[in-house]
Design a protein around this ligand. Structure first.
Ligand code: HEM
Length: 496
């Protein structure tokens, strides 16, 4: 037998034994009994067999577990999974400081995200949060985002869909929406258009693929049962880790070029947005600015296409909702005398309340970020009585919460935008029940921006086209967000 064929099993066995021992000795079990459902593990290896069996379907698994627990919380030592709104409030707001992003998850994403806002705690996080918070709530940013979306929709998206309608070609709508959103966020954050929707730039296309691959491979690290496996792979520059290193290099080089050019611009006055201000501050290194930019591209680039893809998938079996949205568009257009552009104005979009409800309802069932994790610093008790040990990982699941009867009632499995409306007015839900955008001090900064993008694109497509899903899909693939496995093949037809 060749040496190379013995190498992999030996590495796997070695890392399994090391990880089992580390897990066994590292975690402090809670001292008092707990009230949540507890899955009992085996001596020494604990719940490892359960994780190995389920880690590839962790989103579904957590939803199944929490739905059978009376408190919506299940302890699978050293993890706590919860779909309980009081616990979410505790983790994200009341006891926020005890639940930062964990060291192990930060280490897993460090190669990609470095010290960017999505991957850090403490001072590093606060600097970025403070710098960005002001801009994300300004009228000028909303107008800027709307302008970028309007241009790209009219100049590239609608013409592309028209061509597909005329040729009868089947399109992968997920791919189209991902390319659209990526171009949009790159323009906003990097001040570069990789032209990935029109495939008009070789460098942009390479950057886009490398970015996607780096995201997927980084997430696959978290799904490796033992972190030692990917660390060894990285050390040996082997398999997936070798691909990750290559794609990451391409991403870093592209973004570093953007940092340099923004730094040059800032020397000559630059812009007044938060990134221009950070770039102008010479106390921040190029690498720090690069990491910040990558975090914002991920945060804004992956989430909105996920929301839109599932939205069109849901609408394909709820055609009456699509018709109601079209009626709302007609009404808003006639109220404003707005017939100039394929994209509604910002005021028009704000008045699209039923569309707002339909988008929110779709994300309730298909949240772009289905599972969020935090690490407990000091032993604690959650509001539902669950004991959490020091060093344990607590995961809350917007996916499970969106499907919980205790939160949404008996019809929780139905897609019903009307549940969000009262007398024609949209009724928002508490972020602790509807945790799609997270909650507390680390709540999503781009929520308003996301609704502008999603509503603008959804309304423009629905007004101009009928969208027919040609192959039944609906299984999720976990990347940094919830993607649809195999894409969303559709045929579009222009409407009169
Ligand atoms: C439907 C679209 C979106 C959804 C569902 C969403 C959801 C989320 C969630 C769940 C988090 C918390 C992540 C965590 O702490 O682990 C988050 C954070 C964040 N989001 Fe979004 N997001 C969306 C769109 C956007 C957009 C368009 C931007 C704009 C760039 C954005 C910027 C951010 C930032 C900067 C953070 C980090 C906040 C912090 O740690 O303080 N998001 N988002």
């Amino acid at each position: 037998m060749e040496l190379s064929s013995l190498l992999l099993p030996s590495i796997l066995l070695f890392s399994f034994l090391c990880s089992a021992l580390i897990l066994f000795f590292k975690q402090d079990p809670p001292q008092k009994p707990t009230k949540s459902t507890i899955l009992k593990g085996y001596p020494i290896i604990g719940n490892l067999p359960l994780f190995i069996k389920n880690y590839q379907r962790i989103v579904y698994w957590v939803a199944e577990l929490t739905s059978t627990s009376p408190t919506g919380t299940v302890t699978v030592d050293p993890f706590v999974f919860t779909a309980n709104p009081s616990n979410v409030e505790h983790l994200t707001r009341t006891n926020f400081h005890n639940y930062p992003k964990g060291d192990s998850i930060s280490a897993t994403f460090h190669d990609f995200l470095g010290r960017g806002i999505l991957n850090v705690n403490g001072e590093d996080w606060l600097i970025q949060r403070k710098a960005a918070s002001f801009d994300f709530n300004t009228k000028s940013l909303r107008a800027f985002v709307h302008d970028k979306v309007r241009r790209q929709t009219s100049d590239t998206l609608i013409p592309l869909l028209r061509r597909a309608s005329r040729s009868g070609e089947v399109l992968d709508l997920q791919d189209v929406l991902e390319r659209f959103a990526f171009g949009n966020i790159c323009k906003l954050v990097l001040d570069r258009d990789p032209k990935c929707l029109s495939r008009g730039s070789e460098e942009g296309e390479q950057f886009y693929h490398a970015f996607l691959e780096t995201s997927v491979l980084s997430v696959q690290r978290t799904l490796t049962p033992f972190s030692l496996m990917w660390k060894l792979g990285k050390w040996l520059n082997f398999g997936r880790e070798r691909r990750l290193r290559k794609s990451r290099e391409i991403v870093l080089q592209f973004v570093e070029k953007c940092v340099k050019s923004r730094r040059e611009q800032s020397g000559g006055g630059g812009g007044s947005d938060f990134l221009s201000r950070l770039v102008a501050d010479r106390s921040h290194s190029d690498a720090f600015i690069r990491d910040i930019m990558i975090s914002f591209v991920i945060a804004g680039g992956d989430t909105t296409p996920s929301a839109l893809t599932w939205f069109f998938w849901v609408l394909s079996s709820n055609t009456q909702v699509a018709e109601k949205i079209r009626e709302e568009i007609k009404l808003v257009r006639s109220r404003h005398g707005d017939y100039e552009s394929e994209v509604l104005t910002l005021d028009g979009l704000r008045e699209m309340r039923y569309l707002h409800a339909a988008v929110s309802e779709s994300m309730r069932l298909h949240p772009p970020a289905p599972l969020l994790s935090r690490e407990c610093q000091e032993e604690d008790e959650l509001p539902d009585g669950t004991r959490v040990g020091k060093g344990w990982t607590v995961m809350y699941s917007p996916y499970a919460m969106g499907r919980a009867e205790g939160i949404w009632g008996k019809d929780c499995g139905e897609f019903r935008p009307e549940r969000w409306m009262e007398d024609g007015v949209f009724q928002p839900a508490s972020p602790f029940r509807y945790s799609v955008f997270h909650a507390g001090p680390r709540m999503c900064l781009g929520k308003d921006m996301a609704y502008i993008q999603i509503k603008a694109v959804a309304a423009s497509i629905l007004e101009a086209f009928d969208v027919e899903v040609v192959e039944e899909r609906g299984k999720l693939q976990l990347s940094t967000t919830m993607r649809m496995a195999g894409g969303l093949p559709v045929r579009v037809r222009e409407r009169k």
